[in-house]
Design a protein around this ligand. Structure first.
Ligand SMILES: Nc1ncnc2c1ncn2[C@@H]1O[C@H](COP(=O)(O)OP(=O)(O)O)[C@@H](O)[C@H]1O
Ligand SMILES: [Mg+2]
Length: 273
């Protein structure tokens, strides 16, 4: 099985990263894909949003990052209520990992070292990232093949995106030559406000972003907030709401984009013959 690794990132908070990870994971699952969500945000909202309670003392991604760890990735993976949609949970202590890893050689590759083992176990590994450019996000970028950028259709969203694109370019040069931006997913679109439409038009007209922009636009939808409260992805919580429809479309578009991208690494060599 070819495993595709997709980081969902944006240095801004509250742009829909976690909701995107949870719902793309669930929508891909509905398309018969085997999915792992890796929660790299110490707030653990992706873990909670998939309805997963981490048993006390169970290993989490925090334990895996410790160079002296006795755990492998499979020890920490937990099932969700949906068979074939799994979570590698986060822990609040993850916020200290940056300092703890400060003196570790190869600290930006720790996640990659522990997740490489999972290659072939899943069709998709989706990674949620914290809302700041920290060592955790760099670890995600050093491992992921693709980056999906949720971008609010709000003013100021542009500036943050430019910074993120620069960061990814720097990571590509220095750490992970295989990384590429899979696309930009507009979120929180509200057709009643002129500003949403204006920002979307700006993105469509910008040479840097035009080709990256997903056709799917995720609309602002209160059912998404309710589903978070119910700790279920909205695609399961209310199948016919805008949020569910939009994320199901986004998952189809993601699969099409991923499959038309070039495989890299050892599998690419194999598939060339
Ligand atoms: N399309 C949407 N419509 C309405 N609310 C949304 C939408 N996407 C996300 N939210 C809500 O906005 C808040 C921030 O979303 P979240 O995914 O946690 O952002 P991030 O992970 O980027 O910080 C959450 O309360 C979430 O439920
Ligand atoms: Mg989040």
């Amino acid at each position: 099985m070819q495993t595709w690794t997709v980081a969902v990132a944006n240095e801004k908070g509250g742009v829909g990263k976690t909701v995107t990870v949870i719902n793309l994971g669930a929508a891909l699952y509905l398309c018969n894909q085997k999915v792992l969500v890796v929660d790299m945000d110490p707030q653990a909202n992706a873990t909670k949003g998939l309805g997963v309670e981490v048993p006390e003392n169970a290993p989490t991604v925090y334990d895996l990052l410790d160079p002296q760890t006795r755990f492998v990735a499979r020890d920490a993976i937990l099932p969700t209520a949906w068979d074939g949609l799994d979570v590698l949970p986060s822990h609040v202590d993850l916020s200290g990992a940056e300092i703890e890893l400060a003196d570790v050689e190869g600290r930006e590759n720790r996640l990659k070292e522990v997740l490489t083992d999972l290659s072939g176990d899943y069709d998709y590994i989706l990674l949620d990232t914290p809302p700041s450019l920290s060592l955790l996000t760099i670890n995600v970028f050093s491992y992921a093949r693709h980056v999906l950028i949720p971008c609010q259709t709000h003013p100021y969203a542009f500036a943050a995106m430019e910074e993120l694109c620069d960061t990814i370019a720097a990571v590509k040069d220095a750490i992970n030559p295989d990384i590429s931006i899979l696309g930009i997913l507009p979120t929180f679109f509200d057709s009643r406000t002129r500003v949403s439409q204006r920002i979307l038009n700006l993105m469509r007209e910008d040479d840097r972003y035009r080709d990256l922009l997903f056709k799917t636009i995720v609309r602002a939808n209160t059912a998404i907030i309710e589903s978070a409260d119910a700790r279920r992805p909205v695609v399961f919580y209310r199948k016919s709401c805008y949020g569910a429809i939009d994320y199901n479309h986004a998952a189809e578009e993601l699969m099409a984009r991923v499959l038309s991208s070039q495989p890299v690494g050892p599998l690419a060599v194999g598939s060339a013959h």
